[in-house]
Ligand binder design. Structure first.
Ligand SMILES: Nc1ncnc2c1ncn2[C@@H]1O[C@H](COP(=O)(O)OP(=O)(O)OP(=O)(O)O)[C@@H](O)[C@H]1O
Ligand SMILES: [Mg+2]
Length: 251
């Protein structure tokens, strides 16, 4: 099962991804967690010790050179378009219980369709992960889904878009759905987050009538508190955990 998580900035993608990853881990599933957001913080949300020390793949200059035969930052020159990556998830992930976590890091955008050694390596890695790994894969993405090429997108089993009650979040969901269908990604569902009651849930259902909702997570101060303290949202007492278990059943 390959799951990608997206949504507007700040809606709770990382919080939701971390809860999902930890709940799957508790069900004895092997999980490969991918932090595909350049401003990464999935590792600390999952509760991995020394999360800050994890070096993103895009910063591993020697690795990029070794695999693509070109220096990171170079544009235009010759480099391998199909670098070896199959050993990287096991070799380079941080491990915690049944969880392996990789930080992809960011690639400076050199215009549309930038072709540079680091983006080539990351693309090859993501493609390998969704096509060839047999764990449950959970990818915490930035708001866009540009990381996913067409071939990759078709292998994602579910794109989960986190939405909160609010116009911008609704626009983002509609936009991501359009992008998703353009690259052939059809299995798409929403997670309502920061729900303060019946009214919020109704608001989202009313404005997003053509979407499947897998669950609604309440607005919960203990989740904010977890973030402030730098502990995993899974390690505080919250009703979100039970809702996440129900979402996993639906998945
Ligand atoms: N259900 C919730 N109840 C209360 N606060 C929440 C809830 N979900 C997330 N938050 C808080 O909202 C903030 C943003 O959450 P989070 O970092 O998970 O969002 P994100 O979508 O990953 O953001 P970014 O776009 O910056 O990556 C955090 O402070 C988090 O604690
Ligand atoms: Mg995030």
């Amino acid at each position: 099962m390959k799951i990608a998580v997206s949504g507007k900035g700040g809606v709770g993608k990382t919080t939701f991804s971390a809860l999902l990853i930890r709940a799957l881990n508790d069900e004895n599933k092997h999980v490969l967690a991918i932090d595909a957001d350049p401003d990464a913080n999935l590792a600390s949300a999952v509760g991995i010790p020394k999360a800050k020390d994890i070096v993103p793949i895009s910063d591993m200059k020697d690795l990029i050179y070794e695999r693509t035969e070109a220096r990171p930052g170079s544009i235009g020159g010759f480099f391998k378009l199909n670098p070896k990556v199959d050993d990287l998830p096991d070799a380079l992930s941080a491990k915690f219980q049944n969880i392996k976590l990789m930080r992809l890091g960011g690639v400076k955008k050199g215009g549309a369709g930038c072709i540079c050694p680091e983006s080539t390596l990351l693309k090859a890695l993501i493609t390998h992960i969704v096509l060839a790994r047999d764990e449950v894969v959970v990818m915490d993405m930035e708001a866009g889904i540009e990381h996913l090429g067409r071939a990759t997108a078709q292998s994602v089993d579910k794109l989960l878009v986190v939405v909160e009650p609010g116009r911008r979040s609704i626009d983002t969901a509609t936009h991501i759905k359009k992008l998703a269908s353009e690259i052939g990604l059809k299995t798409f569902a929403l997670i309502g987050n920061k729900i303060r009651g019946e009214k919020d849930e109704e608001f989202l259902k009313r404005h997003l009538p053509d979407f499947e909702f897998l669950g609604f997570l309440p607005y919960d101060d203990s989740l904010v508190e977890a973030d402030v303290k730098g502990v995993s949202p899974y390690d505080v007492d919250s009703s979100a955990k039970k809702i996440i278990r129900d979402i996993i059943k639906k998945l």
